[in-house]
Design a protein around this ligand. Structure first.
Ligand SMILES: [Zn+2]
Length: 70
């Protein structure tokens, strides 16, 4: 059974990659949304460059909210 690259290596959800759906890569969400470098660093080396991550995991961490004035 061929390994599917349609799932996110980080969370296992569908990565919604346009190429997996048979669409041009230019239609992929990753062309318009920045991918967090921290998320890419968590990818297993054997899947890096093969499997896309999903939009949720690619989203940068929310800004720290600890510095709110009290
Ligand atoms: Zn994910």
């Amino acid at each position: 059974m061929p390994e599917s690259n349609s799932d996110c290596p980080l969370c296992g959800q569908s990565n919604q990659c346009a190429m997996v759906a048979g669409l041009p890569a230019t239609r992929c969400w990753c062309m318009t949304q920045p991918v967090a470098p921290a998320a890419l660093q968590q990818l297993p080396p054997e899947r890096r460059g093969l499997a896309c991550i999903c939009p949720e995991c690619a989203r940068p961490l929310p800004p720290m909210q600890q510095s709110l004035p009290i």
